[in-house]
Design a protein around this ligand. Sequence first.
Ligand code: D41
Length: 689
Amino acid sequence: MLAGTEATAIAERVEKLRSLLNEANYRYYVLDAPTLPDSEYDGLLRELQAIEVDHPELLTSDSPTQRVGAGPVKAFAEFGHAIPMLSLNNAFSEEEVAAFDRRVREGLDRMDAAIEYAVEPKFDGLAVALHYQRGVFVSGATRGDGARGEDVSANLRTIQSIPMRLGTESPPEWLEVRGEVLMLRRDFERLNEAARSNGEKTFVNPRNAAAGSLRQLDARITARRRLSFFAYGVGRIEGVSLPESHTAVMDWLTALNLPVSNECSAAIGVDGLMRYFHALGARRDALPFDIDGAVYKVNSLADQAVLGFVARAPRFAIAHKYPAQEEITQVLGIDVQVGRTGALTPVARLKPVFVGGVTVTNATLHNEDEVRRKDVRVGDSVIVRRAGDVIPEVVGVLPERRSMRDLVTPEFPPFSMPSACPECGAPVIRLEGEAAARCSNGLSCPAQRKQALFHFASRRAMDIEGLGDKLVEQLVENDLIATPADLYDPSKVNRESLASLDRMAEKSAENLVQAIKDSRSRELPRFIYALGIRNVGEQTAKDLARHFGNLDALMAADAEALHEVPDVGPVVAESIRAFFSEPHNLDVIERLRQAHAWKDGEARRIAVGKLAGKTLVVTGTLPSLSRDQARALIEAEGGKAAGSVSRKTDYVVAGAEAGTKLAKAQELGIRILDEAAFFELIQHGDNTQ
Ligand code: D41
């Protein structure tokens, strides 16, 4: 036993350390605004750990040292919810939202009123309840079936944004906070990255990763997984009275240091709900976490009480869902497609499934390693994802369904890449360090020839209207054309030869001849892009055209000259050099030159404009300009609008919700402009240097 004064001093130090660490944690994980350097945090934590080891009587369950996770348990204890955790009814359309609003107005007998709603994201995670007794976290549980869940207190303690003590001097006797546990996308990527490099199985999406991590019997594993929590309501409450509205409750929880998403807001009437729904939907892909809809709640708690419940869902709330971005379907077969550059892409043929707003029948499997890693086989049940306008992909298989399948059909072998090109039979090669296996036959492979031609004619390249994939296929298969230059050869492509093709009326033949004519003298950037040089996309094509001014200068450029172009690194430079070393390509270009297929610049473009020679990156949402508009302004002033921040960047124009690009700019000490400063720069140039 210690002498009284010394014991008091130690206890006070422990208290002090805990409150410093809790505060630092809160600032780091909830406010996203760290104030204490990591090294100091670690020092304080170690000091606290040392005292707790020497004085075990001072150890408490809410100590910051307890977040590392307790040892494994055999099973979770059952946890009965004092107040049942209800479920939410869903709406999938504006009509269903309007019907919900009508039922609310009827239920409140205020048919002509515009109702105020609290609006919030529908987090795609797991519902949990956190219990605080006199401000200290005492237990927490999953929702389970709503009446009883699992006691996952030890796991919840490891979630850094969940306070172990509420941020108040006068805590309520009891507070049950309800919310959603999820994994941020960046933490999910990091977790899968680590799993991949260790040859372990990856998670198919952040939701599964969050569920798998929270329900670990060994909380030390949960601690390493980095989960997040957002509050969306309260349950059992004692010793305090709630404010009058849901939004005020959320503000109160915020003041208690609980994490509340800043996407939470209020809206009036169906119009207000729909505006929120669309605005949130537009930002959906840019949010740091997955959501599957928006949740609307009658804001007045008194009105909520009047409305009450039907069955197990409240009448005062509804979840308005976005079209699902992921669905389960079955793999009917795995094809291998040959792309423009000869890359072989395995593609899953799927039982048709409605996902992300369209019916999907094919999904990319990216490359050989991806198929192997996910071990996708014919007959498997798979999760297909289509987010935004991205090509649908297979994110993973549901292995538990494979064992069921094995009972009825024989096992399918693991996928392997063919050794010969499925289109031309040439050997398939895979260079060291490359993910893609390729057909070695170049433009002698009809598939590559078709893709090259299709790309050449595409809208953002030479823009030859009417020359789609079906027509290109016929032209190549009937040996009318083999290269883009043949398009401009009237002895090959003319009204008669075109009209002889299947499903080609005279009028459309005439239109195509005209469209080919119209495509002559396209500007250099389009032409460079149309050539289909590996690793040269639209932006790089623009950069090259701007830098070299004409095609001859580009063709003559050695690696060193190419490196002077912003954003051109060794890989791109090598692709360009390889392309222009190929005799076949030189021959085609010469014929295109004679056909006047493009308009060359006179010489290197003279740098003019307020931003000449400057590289800018636009990130986040600007108050009035769209990102494309900002880019256009930069280019009009002779500047370069780059996609990523590097040491070559001169300015970063940052709007709301700017993320990693802004952080990187700050790290590199790059000048950061808001929209107003950007306008100032465009109008008056940089006056500060
Ligand atoms: O983000 C969510 N997933 C969310 C779920 C939310 N924002 N609010 C919710 N509100 C409720 C009520 C209105 C019943 C308190 C919910 C859920 N419930 C919920 N989560 C899982 C089942 C129900």
